[in-house]
Design a protein around this ligand. Structure first.
Ligand SMILES: O=C[C@H](O)COP(=O)(O)O
Length: 256
């Protein structure tokens, strides 16, 4: 079973709802979702996210729907959440398709679902449809839904408006990006999302996150979870091990 965090060195503090959340280098990986969601995701990528999540005590593994069972099998006995995606990566599916997919994922054992907002509908000004699409998925399942607004395709005003809309639709999480559109998420984007979504909605930062200091800045801005792709997360974990003065766990994962 997962061990309790051994360290309590306080580096960053921020307030969320009624509780103060402590974020430190030692506990940062508790907030990471390791993802394998690219179109060319192979079984080796899926197995690797499980190995990384176990070694670093991450929050969850997130993979494509067809691989969800594999992540569950690979991590039996570990205190890890298993997530998957719906309407991914473009968000333009019919609402009924998203609802069906989300329900199936929940039946298969998904504990969290990252869904993509209908970005085209939002940008067309069809806010009612965009909101209903999100509400329908959130109401169809009991597990938390993280709504990806795809900040890479939005300006700051649109980011704020979309975050507000996600909150109004009843989703518990708003997530920045799939990471498929080039423009990385920044601490400033996280701040805009948090300010607009409000205290009750948690923010997940994802897409193009490549260093620890950015993650700490994002935590300070209000991020409570981070999404890191399996093929780009290595430098962050290398840096984490180095700064904590411990051997590089990634070498053991890769060698095994
Ligand atoms: O969670 C979202 C993406 O998988 C993040 O991918 P990335 O870290 O490679 O940009």
């Amino acid at each position: 079973m997962r061990q309790a965090a051994k360290y309590h060195q306080k580096i960053k503090l921020f307030e969320s709802s009624e509780v103060h959340i402590m974020v430190s280098l030692e506990t940062l990986s508790d907030m990471i979702d390791i993802t394998a969601v690219a179109a060319d995701t192979r079984l080796a990528d899926v197995d690797r996210i499980c190995d990384i999540a176990k070694a670093y005590h991450c929050a969850s593994t997130i993979t494509l729907p067809c691989y969800l069972a594999r992540t569950m099998k690979n991590t039996i006995g570990y205190e890890l959440l298993h997530g998957s995606v719906t309407g991914f990566p473009y968000g333009g599916e019919l609402t009924s398709t998203k609802v069906y997919e989300a329900k199936q994922l929940e039946l298969l054992g998904a504990q969290e679902i990252d869904m993509v907002m209908n970005i085209g509908a939002f940008l067309s000004g069809n806010l009612k449809y965009t909101k209903q699409d999100i509400t329908a998925v959130c109401e169809a399942v009991k597990v938390p839904v993280k709504v990806i607004i795809e900040t890479a395709l939005l300006d700051n005003t649109q980011i704020a408006k979309a975050s507000e809309l996600v909150a109004g639709a009843g989703a518990p999480w708003v997530k920045s990006s799939t990471g498929f559109h080039g423009k990385p998420t920044t601490a400033e984007i996280v701040r805009i999302m948090k300010d607009a979504a409000g205290e009750a909605v948690k923010v997940k930062a994802a897409g193009g996150i490549r260093d620890l200091d950015t993650m700490l800045e994002m935590a300070e801005a209000g991020a409570e979870r981070f999404g890191l792709g399996v093929r780009s997360c290595e430098s962050i974990f290398l840096e984490l091990d180095k700064r904590l003065g411990r051997e590089n766990l990634m070498e053991y994962i890769t060698a095994s």
